[in-house]
Design a protein around this ligand. Structure first.
Ligand code: SF4
Ligand code: SF4
Ligand code: SF4
Length: 299
């Protein structure tokens, strides 16, 4: 029985040749929609399951193409000929994006069939084989579309392509159960063990996340624990060491990765006219990262 709904898979991006999302060279499919609200999220376009329109004002050349293309009159030029985008009336049809050749406008979110995604994936078969890589489903939270994840990963397995799934874990255990038979690697994000801090940082409790992780640790899978290092939230030895101690001794855990906060998503917030709430934070320096890495290596 197919788990794929007729509307296809809701994705916002697809990257080929990634080295950072599991072993080897990978194609990463980014599924749209997340049920958390981490204040530093570097992919704001991943959070809503609905399509969104980016507007990078600094790239606009005031050509007026979008003014003619928009059926809702969301684009216009003011008295001095400067282009203005009125987001309030936008129905996200994407017509303006197609005619904006300077890429000031962009769309995040489209539906693809699993067949068309597989066509992209199989283009890099030789690189997966050469490097021990494969496919990673990421997000947003891919397990909010657990059925389509299962179908896609199953098709990869049929073709002997390695499979991985990057999750924040805030879903039902039944979602994990669905994909377990077809997933080689879980990249499991942990942000904080203290529930109050987690609520403050991510807008949700971590209870379900930790409960799912405890169950997953005992399964016959490979797990990479990923900890985004966020100043004021978890950038201290006690927290990262506690996370390491929690997963120590499980043969399913291949490694723990500490990923320093970066600010590359800042321009995307501007382009979506959303507030970037981590603007006051600086990237943890090499010295701090070395101390944190050393602290988990001693656990
Ligand atoms: S996405 Fe559609 S409705 Fe929105 S501004 Fe562009 S053309 Fe107009
Ligand atoms: S089509 Fe693009 S470059 Fe031209 S006015 Fe619209 S936003 Fe600006
Ligand atoms: S879980 Fe990931 S995608 Fe979701 S809000 Fe947090 S950082 Fe963003």
């Amino acid at each position: 029985m197919s788990h794929v709904c007729d509307n296809g898979i809701n994705i916002y991006d697809l990257h080929r040749f990634s080295w950072n999302d599991g072993p080897g060279i990978r194609t990463v499919v980014f599924l749209k929609g997340c049920n958390m609200d981490c204040f530093w999220c570097q992919n704001p376009e991943s959070q809503s399951s609905r399509r969104e329109i980016f507007y990078y004002k600094e790239r606009c050349i005031n050509c007026g193409n979008c003014v003619k293309a928009c059926p809702e009159n969301c684009h216009f030029c003011d008295k001095s000929g400067i282009h203005v985008y009125d987001r309030g009336k936008c129905v996200k049809c994407g017509d303006c994006v197609k005619v904006c050749f300077s890429e000031a406008l962009g769309a995040a979110g489209k539906r693809m069939t699993d067949g068309s995604i597989m066509e992209e994936i199989i283009k890099d078969m030789e690189f997966y084989q050469m490097s021990g890589g494969g496919v990673t489903l990421s997000g947003g939270e891919p397990l909010l579309q657990a059925g389509v994840c299962y179908e896609l990963l199953r098709k990869c397995r049929e073709k002997n392509i390695g499979t991985a799934l990057d999750t924040a874990g805030n879903v039902e255990w039944s979602d994990f159960q669905m994909v377990l038979p077809v997933t080689d690697y879980f990249l499991y994000d942990i942000k904080a063990l203290d529930d109050e801090i987690h609520m403050k940082a991510c807008g949700v409790s971590n209870k379900k996340i930790l409960k799912n992780l405890r169950k997953l640790l005992n399964k016959d899978v490979k797990i990479i624990i990923r900890v985004p290092v966020i100043p004021g939230i978890n950038d201290n030895v006690d927290t990262v060491r506690s996370i390491a101690q929690m997963v120590r001794g499980y043969k399913s855990v291949e490694k723990i990765e500490l990923l320093p906060l970066h600010n590359i998503g800042r321009s995307k917030y501007r382009a979506l006219e959303r507030e970037y709430r981590a603007g006051g934070l600086t990237t943890p320096g090499q010295g701090k990262m070395a101390v944190l890495k050393r602290s988990i290596s001693l656990v």
